[in-house]
Structures are given as C-alpha cells and as structure tokens.
Design a protein around this ligand. Structure first.
Ligand code: CA
Ligand code: CA
Length: 572
C-alpha cells in the first residue's frame, strides 16, 4: 500500500514536472514541432519547422481558425513572436502587454498590462518582440526597462526586476533568451548615449548572475564580484567618449549548445557623429560571443568599425552547419551578409545582400575589415572651411533603417538557403555638434531617408551563404519589416500591406496569401497540436518606418494600425 501511494505521488510529481518548461525542452525546441518555446523557434534562431502537413499541395486549404484582438486604444506596432506550450499561446503586444490564449480557439485566459510611467523613451515605437518560458513562468521585458515574470497559468507576478533607469533612456523590447538555466537579456537605448550590456539572471528569481558591458572600458560582474573590464579602456575610444558609447544589444540573442556561446549583436556607437570618437569604438556594431558560464567575451567581430551611419549590428546571428563546420550567419544592417566560424569568430565569407552599398566597396576576407569609401562618410561639422554647425552631407546606402533591420531571417537545413527580408533605400546624412545630456537624444546627425527604386523597397531574398548568390526574390512595394519562417518546403513571411504569404522555398513561387487587416511586422510561427498543424502571426502596422521613414512615408501612409493574432490550419 505504502509503495502504491509513493508511486502515485511520483507519477503526479512527474506529470507536474512535465507541464513545466525545462532546460532540456528549450535545448530541443527546434526538434519538437509540437511547441514553440523560444524566440527563433529554437535557440539557434533558424526558424525552421520539420512539419510538412502544410505544403505546396495543401496550402490552398490553409484558412483562419481564430483571430484575437489586443484591443484598447494601444494599436501600435506589433513585432511579437508568439510562444506555444501545452496548448497555451503567450504573446506580447504594444505598450508592454502580454496575453495568454488557448492556442486552439484563441480564447483569452489572462492578460497583464504593465503600468508604464510617463517619460519612457522608446526610439522606435512602443513595440515588444516576445517572451521567454521557463519552469512555470513566462518572462518578458518592458519599455520602462524592467523584467517581469508571471505564472503561466494565472498571469500573477512572481518576480519583477529593474534593468536600468528609463529616465536615462534605457528601455527593453527584445524577447529574452534562455540558455543553460540562465535568463539572458540585452537592453535598448542606443540613441540616448546609454551603455550597452548583456546580463544573465536566475530565471526563477530574477537574481543577477553576470553582466557584460558591450562598450570597451566598462567593468563586468559575476556573482556580485568584479569580472574584468570589457576590452581595454581607451584602446578604441578617445577621452571620455566610452562613457556614453551606446552599443546596445537591443534585439536579443541566440545560443548554440555546441559552442556554449551566446551571440548578441550590438547597436550603433554614440553619438552618430563619428568624428567625435575616432577609433573602432568596440564593441559597437559587432557580433559578440559570450561564454554563458563565465560571462566573458570569447570573440567579437565588428562589421562597421567607427560607424557613422547608425548601422546597428544587432541582427540575429544564426548558427548552422556549412562544409561540416558550425558557422554563424548574419545579414547586417550595413548591407553585407557575413558568415563567421561560430566557435572562433573567424570571418569565412562576406558579400552584399542589397544592390547598393555606398559606405564600403567590399569586405576584406583576410583582415575581416570593410574597404571604406572615405569620401562617402558624412563630414565633420568642425572641419576647416565649414560653419561649425553642419558637416558636408553624404548620400549613404543602405539608409540607417538598414538593408535589414529587426525582422529576423530564417535558415532552412533542407535547402541550405537563408531567407532574408531585405530593403533597398538610401539617405542624405549630415553631422552636427552634440553634447551628452542625460535622457536626451544623442545623435549629432540629421537625415532624410529615400527609396532607391520606383517599384519596390522590400524584397524577400533566398541567399546561398557559400556563394552569395540570390536563388530567388519576391519584391514588395513597402519596406519589409516582419520576420520569416520555413516549414517543410514552404517559406512564410508577412508584409506591411497586411498579407501573410507562403512561397515554395526552392523556387520562390508564391503559393498562398491571406490579408490580416493591418500590416505585419512580426515573425510567423508553426506548431502541431492534436494531429493538426497550425500557423500563427501577429498583425499590427508600426515600428520604426512610419516614425522615421522620411520620403518613404509616402509608400506607407495608406497602411492602417491594428493589433491582433491570426491563427490558421488546414480546412478538412
Ligand atoms: Ca519546439
Ligand atoms: Ca541605432
């Protein structure tokens, strides 16, 4: 009898543990199509599902099963990737909101609306890109630079931690990364002269484990003790400039269990005017690989040394196998596509993925550095012969919104191709004198962004990482701002015009589309539940383009705001 009770108790305990999200489940996320536990559909960020129920032959029967509105008057940009676990969907929304829904029916289970103070300073709309799951918690970050962990079942707050001071310009919008039992986050605020860093916490309590500054000269910490300065003070930053150096890892990171490294991209150095901080300005506009156990930078690769165009190098670093070696690929905002050895950072390949790059002619594979076209750097406002108020204007392509921006690309191990949401645009840019003031924009530059072509800005491109060849492309009138996913032999992506589209991953032939009622600026997901494949995407136009778009605004001023989740499955 005693034994029976004990075994029943153990079974109950096992069932309870089974409902919780474990490290092993997160590590296997890419290979378990019945759930989506991480941003990137797996910590490597490949955004590939092995599911093939929805394919070129069946996709004509893909129809909406439910749509759920985020409601309220807060219909701004929706850049969130939903998560799905045990039949529940967790999705974040504009103004630091999060919803739990029944994944099959869309029925709302609970919502949490973070109380935001006056005076938050998001640079690029009041967006959020998603949550993380761990144990029985769902964890997300807020525009006032806090992390909030909620009980998955009740939506009640379990812990809350402040990342930094929102009144200095810090904010948070990325989906947190979970790796090796740690909650790993970056932060936002690079337009305000803040100092970027990556932090790891205990996901169950929020307690800080390590922090690693992404600006050279600042001290890192591990378990409350000093853990070495990042780089060497003043090696790549003159004078006091490193104290307001930006380099925020605002998009969040990826993790590869094979290398034990977390990969974070970093944003622009502060201010935009590059003449006041002569030097490479490490670790801005870079990929940095951090040992998650020690919180130390193992390698870095800087795509835009001494950036003068706001070419944030935050873009996702997706690890994959090429020629039997573990590599990582990144389509950088500066218009070049990079392939680095994932363990050492050594540059293996680099090529432009947009038609025009004015700031550099190529990337030297030997040195790993860009071959600059010096005359295309915007001028120094204090140069001799000038008025001291404005430097010479330069035309730059890509414009500062980038050859690619926050919208994550996808990799298909079936085709060996990356599916990259690209944009073709340029800008006039000039520098102005600037002094740092806490909580004020720290740019020292002015700009007007403009399209390069009449018929399109956006283009979804299938790119071979070995050759740099574009296998196919699907052009889009408005700039693409949503992410990509592959499922079986199909590629899914959304457009600002409101369509969720599917194309054949090999040929690019568009085989399906559906109008979601507002612009899509978020990445789709897919999963299988009770024997049926589901596809979901968040719809809601916004983000940086309508706020900063200059002449591009003409292409997008007809688009309507929204805020909803759409879910599809095959009609029987
Ligand atoms: Ca999974
Ligand atoms: Ca920036």
């Amino acid at each position: 009898m005693k034994r029976k009770i004990l075994s029943t108790l153990m079974m109950l305990a096992a069932a309870h543990v089974g409902a919780q999200v474990t490290d092993a489940m997160i590590a296997n996320d890419a290979d378990t199509p019945e759930d989506v536990l991480s941003w990137g559909m797996g910590t490597q960020g490949q955004r590939h599902s092995s599911l093939t129920d929805v394919n070129a032959k069946t996709v004509g029967r893909l129809v909406p099963v439910w749509s759920m509105s985020f409601g309220g008057e807060k219909q701004r940009g929706q850049e969130s990737q939903p998560l799905v676990h045990k039949g529940k969907m967790f999705v974040t929304a504009s103004y630091s909101r999060i919803f739990a829904l029944d994944a099959k029916t869309g029925q709302k289970l609970w919502k949490y609306e973070h109380r935001l103070p006056e005076g938050i300073m998001p640079c690029c709309d009041v967006i959020n890109r998603g949550a993380a799951l761990y144990d029985n918690l769902v964890i997300f970050g807020t525009l006032d630079a806090q992390l909030v962990a909620l009980n998955q079942d009740t939506g009640k707050i379990v812990w809350r931690e402040k990342i930094d001071d929102y009144s200095a310009g810090y904010s948070y919008s990325a989906a947190p990364l979970i790796a090796e039992g740690l909650l790993i986050t970056g932060l936002s605020g690079g337009e305000f002269g803040v100092v970027g860093r990556v932090e790891a916490r205990d996901p169950k309590t929020g307690k800080l484990v390590w922090s690693r500054p992404t600006v050279e000269g600042h001290m890192g910490y591990l378990n409350g003790k000093e853990n070495g300065i990042s780089g060497t003070t003043n090696a790549t930053w003159p004078g006091e400039t490193w104290k307001t150096g930006g380099a925020t890892p605002w998009l969040g990171g990826t993790y590869d269990a094979k290398t034990g490294l977390a990969y974070f991209g970093t944003g622009n150095p502060g201010p935009w005017n590059s003449h006041v901080r002569k030097g490479d300005n490490l670790y801005s506009a870079s990929t940095i690989a951090i040992d998650v156990k020690t919180g130390k930078i193992v390698w870095h690769y800087q795509s835009t040394p001494n950036d003068g165009w706001d070419y944030d190098g935050v873009n996702e670093f997706i690890t994959f196998d090429m020629d039997g070696k573990r590599m990582g690929a990144k389509a950088d905002r500066n218009g070049f596509f990079y392939v680095n050895d994932a363990a050492t950072g050594k540059l293996v390949n680099a090529f432009p993925f947009v038609k025009k790059t004015t700031w550099a002619s190529s990337i030297d594979l030997k040195t790993g550095r860009p071959v600059y076209i010096d005359e295309n750097r915007p001028g120094d406002p204090t140069a001799a012969g000038g008025d001291g108020k404005k430097g010479t204007t330069a035309f730059a392509a890509p414009g500062f919104l980038g050859g690619k921006n926050q919208m994550p690309m996808a990799y298909s191990p079936k085709t060996g191709l990356f599916y990259v949401p690209t944009n073709e645009w340029g800008m006039d840019i000039w520098n102005e004198p600037i002094a740092y003031k806490k909580g004020a924009a720290y740019l020292g530059a002015g700009f007007t962004i403009k399209p390069l072509f009449e018929d399109h800005i956006g283009s979804l491109r299938a790119i071979d990482p070995k050759t740099g060849k574009v296998a196919w492309e699907v052009k889009n009138n408005a700039p693409l701002w949503g992410g990509v996913m592959t499922s079986g032999d199909l590629v899914f992506w959304g457009t600002p015009e409101g369509f969720l589209k599917a194309a054949d991953a090999k040929t690019g032939k568009v085989v399906w589309q559906f109008q979601t009622g507002s612009g899509i600026v978020a990445p789709p997901i897919t999963w299988k539940q009770d024997g049926e494949q589901y596809v979901s995407v968040v719809s809601g136009w916004g983000g940086a383009v309508p706020l900063w778009g200059g002449e591009v605004a003409k292409k997008v001023n007809l688009l309507e705001q929204g805020g909803s989740v759409w879910t599809f499955k095959l009609m029987k």
